[in-house]
Design a protein. Structure first.
Length: 255
């Protein structure tokens, strides 16, 4: 089983915030509540969110989430719809009694379209489907938080630029030399990881850990496959930007 984030990554210094930390107007850290009854997942999420410089607490049930929310007053909630007592929709409704507008990012089962529709219809701000990449979840949370009036947005542009290649983390748009490039969700996450680490060789193991979901059971061959997909879209007919470093991994640099 592959995980997108490990203690070894932390020790090697591989795990770090994508950009300047988001924070409150008074400089205090963002508070995130993670609600899921899968302890392995909540542990991974807490680690990833703390590396963003945020304060994180977790809850394993709906009732516990309501108790923690009252005491913690989170700025955003990562909320699983399927909980052992009351579901996530009820948790959100109770959290927002009295006019609260805390942003909620729902976690839903991959094949549960009804859950996704219900969550957004009920007032959820966004959702990710399990399994998911931690990179994607953190990016979506940052996007939600930037829109909160209680926060100062980071000074950095949401765009990542390498040469004439531009990736916008908010709009999920990619262009090269001004021409739009259409990517699948996985291709986008892979490109984002490469572009956040320009001129740095990333191994297949690192890419698997950071791009694919926490319970993905794939092998390095899937990295090779998706690198080939990206090359066809990013480099076709242009000077190549994505390079193979034999025996080491892959790197992106300006053409």
């Amino acid at each position: 089983m592959s995980t997108p984030l490990t203690a070894a990554d932390s020790e090697r210094g591989q795990l770090r915030p994508a950009s300047a930390p988001l924070h409150h107007a008074d400089g205090s850290p963002i508070r995130i509540l993670v609600v899921d009854d899968e302890h392995t997942l909540t542990d991974l999420l807490q680690m990833a969110l703390r590396y963003e410089g945020w304060e994180v607490k977790s809850a394993a049930s709906g009732q516990q989430a309501l108790t923690v929310a009252r005491e913690f007053n989170p700025d955003a909630v990562v909320l699983d719809i399927m909980l052992p007592d009351i579901d996530g929709l009820q948790v959100m409704a109770r959290m927002r009694e009295g006019g609260g507008e805390t942003p909620v990012l729902f976690l839903t089962a991959k094949d549960s379209l009804d859950d996704r529709i219900a969550g957004l219809t009920a007032g959820g701000d966004d959702y990710v489907t399990k399994p998911f990449s931690l990179e994607e979840l953190v990016a979506r949370l940052r996007s939600l938080l930037r829109r909160s009036r209680a926060l100062i947005a980071d000074a950095q542009d949401p765009r990542i630029v390498v040469g004439d290649l531009v990736l916008d983390e908010d709009s999920y748009e990619v262009t090269r030399a001004g021409e739009p490039i259409s990517l699948t969700a996985t291709e986008f996450e892979l490109l984002r990881y490469l572009m956040r680490n320009p001129r740095r060789v990333l191994s297949k193991a690192q890419i698997l850990d950071r791009v694919w979901s926490y319970d993905f059971g794939g092998t390095s061959s899937v990295v090779e496959l998706y690198i080939s997909y990206l090359r066809k879209k990013i480099d076709a007919g242009r000077s190549p930007m994505i390079h193979t470093v034999r025996g080491a991994g892959y790197m992106i640099k300006a053409a």
